[in-house]
Design a protein around this ligand. Structure first.
Ligand code: ZN
Length: 266
């Protein structure tokens, strides 16, 4: 996509190269962490434009390359690149339109997330400390079909509202975050949290989610930006070591020493 795309859209080539690389890396690492599989996708907004970077729908999530990423506008039109975007692209379009604060969107068919849309009287709640991210709630969208129309996308964005996650009945979930890195780390923690609640349920006990007071205490100690860089560093290095990511992706993806330095200590 890259050189031509950037000439046409007027965005600095390097910026869109970075977005495509981060989307590709996040996608491959999400596959490695069993959060994505043959379906699901990551999008990254191109700031200042009604457009975003997303993969070709039919490309394997395990082998996605930055060079094959598409630039797509809010009408679903491919501005750059060759190929068709995912069929559920209205998820990304309508959420990016409705939520200017969101820079990156993940749609996944994570099995654990789906399980929490299938249990009567059970609501997925913040259990583990890192799940304070979802303190405002995790709503469930009632539409169990794939999101292929503008109307469905709008309804999903409405259900998401101001929250950071939305479950999709019998189908999956969508997460939103401020960057590709944050989105990936949130996905890892979302799965950990759903696992924790499921384990409590499977133990036959009543889960004890975080209380408001506990969430307040957790947030006092929170260093989200640094935490994201720390985990991104871990997962990128793990991906390189295990061959999930090509060696040449390491230099542009690994955070600098400055980014890994906390601005405060406890
Ligand atoms: Zn889906």
């Amino acid at each position: 996509m890259v050189m031509q795309a950037t000439r046409k859209t007027g965005v600095a080539p390097q910026a869109n190269d970075t977005r495509a690389l981060e989307a590709a890396a996040a996608t491959r690492m999400l596959v490695a962490e069993r959060i994505l599989d043959y379906s699901g996708h990551v999008s990254i907004r191109i700031p200042g434009q009604d457009a975003f970077v997303i993969q070709i729908g039919s490309n394997s999530r395990a082998e996605v390359e930055p060079e094959s990423m598409l630039v797509v506008d809010f009408d679903g039109k491919v501005l750059e690149g060759r190929g068709q975007p995912p069929s559920e692209i209205p998820i990304h379009i309508e959420i990016l339109k409705a939520r200017p604060d969101v820079q990156a969107v993940l749609h996944s068919h994570m099995e654990l997330a789906i399980a929490f849309t299938m249990m009567e009287g059970v609501t997925l709640q913040p259990m583990r400390a890192r799940a304070s991210r979802w303190k405002s709630g995790i709503p469930t969208d009632p539409d169990p079909s794939h999101i292929k129309t503008k109307e469905q996308g709008r309804a999903l964005a409405k259900t998401l509202g101001p929250h950071h996650a939305v479950l999709m009945r019998a189908h999956g979930l969508t997460l939103v975050a401020e960057s590709a890195q944050a989105l990936f780390i949130d996905a890892v923690h979302f799965k950990e949290n759903a696992t924790a609640q499921m384990q409590a349920l499977q133990a036959g006990t009543k889960p004890l989610p975080l209380t408001d007071g506990e969430i307040e205490q957790i947030e006092k100690m929170e260093m989200r930006d640094w935490h994201i860089q720390k985990l991104w560093n871990y997962y990128v290095r793990k991906g390189l070591k295990e061959g999930v990511l090509p060696d040449e992706w390491g230099a542009p993806l690994i955070p600098s020493a400055d980014m890994l330095t906390r601005d405060r200590t406890y």
